[in-house]
Design a protein around this ligand. Structure first.
Ligand code: ADP
Ligand code: MG
Length: 333
């Protein structure tokens, strides 16, 4: 016999609200809170559906972690720290209690790791595929919210550097591996590393916290490095030049790009790195060294943001020639 809807909420979800008084133990019609003084509330939502955003066979742990972490990454992009979240589950009949047990366990682990409490949601049955949604609230000290748009207008005298956290492209290659593609020359450890980067991405909350006092713009890389820095360029009414050889790659991805150079395009345009790309005033780059010493990922300068054609992104090789990208680089119009 499987549990009823209310039993499932009481068993699997209520414990995730412990520690947040305004969640009322998930036993009321709604949650309530007063934001702490001096903080701004940031809110974001992400939904995922089976067959499009995940496969059931990738495992419930990865499904739960990606649902949670895609939201956390959006908070990181804004410089916010996790505070509370709402969860909506639309589950077909064949999803058993065991699945929910591991699902809620994984959310609990991420709450412990990153912070935040479950404060409500909705549970519906569906005749279709699994659909999940999290709406997440974060807090950022007033004045430190980062945007895609630079804090000041970009002019001819601006001197702005573009940075990225971590390494780029692992997730896109990991996705190909989980889809059954083979790359020659990879050890089982290499393969596992790339797959994990896709299946359990790391939201860069620590990076966000370290850079938010001085970063001029920020975005999390979910659509691919080139497209996402394009959003910064577009919103800042400016253009971005990236230097290909500066883009940080893991050893595994470097090895693959050396043996199959055409993979580099996948690396810089593939999605779901969940790293942060951000803009720093060149005169404030010393602040970065301090920030870098506080975080778990390298922070690497990959290019510049400057006055020019709004939204343009060009990727240059070592000789300074533009690398043609199949999708024409990234131009909005
Ligand atoms: P109502 O019918 O008044 O909308 P529900 O029966 O849908 O209330 O939900 C009862 C309580 O359980 C509410 O506090 C709601 O926020 C919570 N809840 C329902 N589903 C979930 C879920 N998937 N995750 C977290 N909390 C949930
Ligand atoms: Mg109600």
């Amino acid at each position: 016999m499987s549990l009823t809807e209310f039993q499932r909420i009481a068993r699997f979800f209520k414990p995730l609200s412990d520690g947040f008084p305004g969640a009322f133990g998930l036993g009321d019609d709604a949650a309530a809170f007063t934001p702490p003084a001096g903080q701004e509330v940031v809110i974001t939502t992400d939904a995922m559906t089976e067959g499009v955003h995940f496969m059931r066979k990738q495992g419930v742990q990865s499904i739960a972690a990606r649902l949670m972490r895609s939201n956390l990454s959006d908070l990181a992009a804004k410089g916010a720290e996790p505070y509370a979240y709402l969860l909506t589950t639309a589950l077909p009949k064949d999803v058993e209690d065991d699945w929910l047990q591991v699902f809620s366990q994984t959310l609990a682990e991420d709450q412990k790791r990153y912070g935040g409490f479950l404060i409500g949601g909705d549970s519906i049955r569906t005749e279709g595929l699994i659909t999940l949604s999290i709406t997440m609230l974060g807090l950022v000290p007033k004045g430190q919210l980062m945007r895609r748009k630079t804090k000041h207008e970009v002019t001819a005298s601006s001197n702005l550097s573009v940075y990225v956290s971590g390494t780029i492209g692992d997730s896109a290659l990991g996705l190909k591996l989980t889809q059954g593609q083979k790359f020659p020359g990879l050890s089982p450890e290499d393969e596992n590393y790339l797959k994990q980067r896709h299946l359990k991405p790391e939201p860069r909350l620590d990076v966000a916290k370290a850079i938010r006092p001085f970063a001029k713009a920020c975005i999390d890389i979910s659509d691919g490095l080139v497209a996402d820095v394009g959003h910064i360029a577009q919103q800042s009414n400016a253009e971005i030049m990236l230097q290909a050889e500066k883009i940080p790659l893991s050893n595994v991805t470097k090895k693959l790009c050396n043996s199959q150079p055409d993979l580099f395009e996948t690396v810089i345009t593939g999605g779901e790195d969940y790293e942060l790309a951000f803009v720093v005033e060149a005169t404030e780059e010393s602040l970065l060294t301090i920030a870098a010493s506080k975080v778990n990922a390298p922070l690497t300068k990959i290019g510049t943001l400057r006055a020019g054609k709004a939204g343009d992104v060009q990727v240059l090789d070592k000789q300074g020639s533009i690398i043609p990208l199949k999708h024409g680089g990234w131009t909005h119009f």
